[in-house]
Each structure stands twice: as structure tokens, then as C-alpha cells.
Design a protein around this ligand. Structure first.
Ligand code: C5P
Length: 235
């Protein structure tokens, strides 16, 4: 991925409640990040047309549609086909939906890269033990599900900083998209991200793309913060 410009690795999540707020942020960051991520909140609140609106506003910026699809294979295949018509460059499914479900998404997603989410990092060890006590270490399940995702034809994985090195080694051909990153200078009030890595560490450990939200959003000048991140990655 060395041909990427540093800013092409930066994915900004438009985690905002409506188009007015999303438009303001997208205008401010146009040309300063490579990607906008549209998640459930904005997609549900503003509707599927949000992708076309972003495309008009920032034609050079790629779109990552992060809906984490998870249902029976037929339904996910149809949803992936509908999502593909909106033209995102990447979209997500839950690997826990199984091989056939992921394959259905890959088959219907057109040119979009399908990324698999393995185990939500929000699951604490206690809640994890309730769900799947045989996998006391989620790392083993992450690895298993990542292998299924690769077999299904997914082009990448959403990975936490903790899993990154192991996944990079085990799956050299897959794109790795990493959230939960904090540059040393970021001050995020009441931060809920624990065990964070810095963006530079993530790239060093094999990340292709970095999801960075609040360090940019909450900076006095978000575009300047994005430029600073890109400059750090270039060093
Ligand atoms: O940088 P910040 O923590 O603000 O980024 C939050 C974004 O990253 C949200 O869109 C969230 O869904 C996503 N995310 C995360 N942690 C994960 C997976 C995704 O924060 N483990």
C-alpha cells in the first residue's frame, strides 16, 4: 500500500445525527481525508441519499458504508446489492453471520470491497463468556472468523489495534481497517476508547486504513488536525 498518499489512509466517521451536521463536517474535511464513513446513525437518520450527496460535495473522497450487515444469506445478499447501487467503495458485514452470508454479500456487492467485522471490541470478557464460553480468549475467535471471511472472498477486516499484528501476519492479502486510534496530542473528553494505539503504530503494525473520529472532530480546527495526522503518517 506504499503508493497511497498518507491522507488516503484516513477514514473520518460521519457519526452525526442529520445531514445538516454531516454536510458541515464533510465540507470542512473535503480534501483533508481520503474517506468518509457512513454508519448506522447517519444512514438511518438522513437516508440512503446521503451517499449521493456526499459524492456531489466531495467527489474525490471515497465512501465506506459501515452498516455491519448480519442476517440470513439471502437477505444480506439483497441488502449488499442495494448498498452497491449507492456506490460505496467499502461496506461491512458481521463475520458471525457465517461463511454463506459473507459469500452472499461478496457476490452481490459489485466493485465494493466487503470488510468483515469479527468480534465487537465492545464485548467485555464477562459478556463474552456468556456468549461463547468455549472461546475464553476472543483472539482465537477473531482469528477463526477472519479465516472464514477470507474464504468467503471478503477483501478486508475491521481490526482493533490489539489484533492488528497477528492478523497482518496471518492474512497478508487482506485490507486491514483499524479504529480506536489516538494520536499523542489528541484530547478527547471522557474517552471511551481503551487500550488505544497511535496512528503511526497502527501503520507500522500493518494497518491499511485508519478510522479516526473524535481527535479530528473535537479539534479546534478539524481540517488542520487531519493534515497533522497525515503529516505524521508521512514521516
Ligand atoms: O476515533 P473515534 O473513537 O471517535 O471513532 C469512532 C468510530 O470508530 C465510530 O464510527 C465507531 O463505530 C468506530 N469503531 C470504534 N471501535 C471499534 C470499531 C469501530 O470506535 N472497535
Amino acid at each position: 500500500m506504499t503508493s497511497l498518499r498518507p491522507l488516503d489512509r484516513l477514514i473520518f466517521p460521519l457519526d452525526l445525527p442529520d445531514w445538516t451536521a454531516a454536510e458541515k463536517m464533510a465540507r470542512a474535511l473535503n480534501g483533508h481525508v481520503g474517506w468518509f464513513k457512513v454508519g448506522l446513525e447517519l444512514f438511518i437518520a438522513a437516508g440512503p441519499s446521503v451517499l449521493a450527496r456526499l459524492r456531489d460535495l466531495a467527489p474525490e473522497t471515497k465512501i465506506f458504508l459501515d452498516l455491519k450487515l448480519h442476517d440470513i444469506p439471502a437477505t444480506v445478499g439483497l441488502a449488499a446489492a442495494a448498498a452497491a447501487k449507492l456506490g460505496p467503495e467499502m461496506l461491512t458485514v458481521h463475520a458471525q453471520g457465517g461463511l454463506a452470508m459473507m459469500k452472499a454479500a461478496v457476490d452481490r456487492a459489485g466493485p465494493a470491497t466487503v470488510l468483515a467485522v469479527t468480534v465487537l471490541t465492545s464485548l467485555e470478557p464477562d459478556s463474552w463468556e456468556e456468549l461463547a464460553p468455549e472461546f475464553r480468549a476472543p483472539a482465537a475467535l477473531v482469528r477463526l472468523l477472519a479465516g472464514r471471511a477470507q474464504a468467503a472472498g471478503c477483501g478486508g477486516l475491521v481490526a482493533s489495534g490489539q489484533e492488528l499484528s497477528a492478523l497482518r501476519t496471518a492474512f497478508p492479502g487482506m485490507k486491514l481497517v483499524v479504529p480506536g486510534l489516538r494520536p499523542a496530542w489528541a484530547k478527547v473528553a471522557g474517552d471511551d476508547q481503551k487500550r488505544t494505539a497511535t496512528p503511526r503504530e497502527a501503520v507500522r503494525d500493518g494497518a491499511d486504513f485508519l478510522v479516526i473520529g473524535r481527535p479530528i472532530r473535537d479539534a479546534p480546527d478539524p481540517a488542520e488536525a487531519a493534515d497533522r495526522l497525515a503529516a505524521e503518517l508521512a514521516d
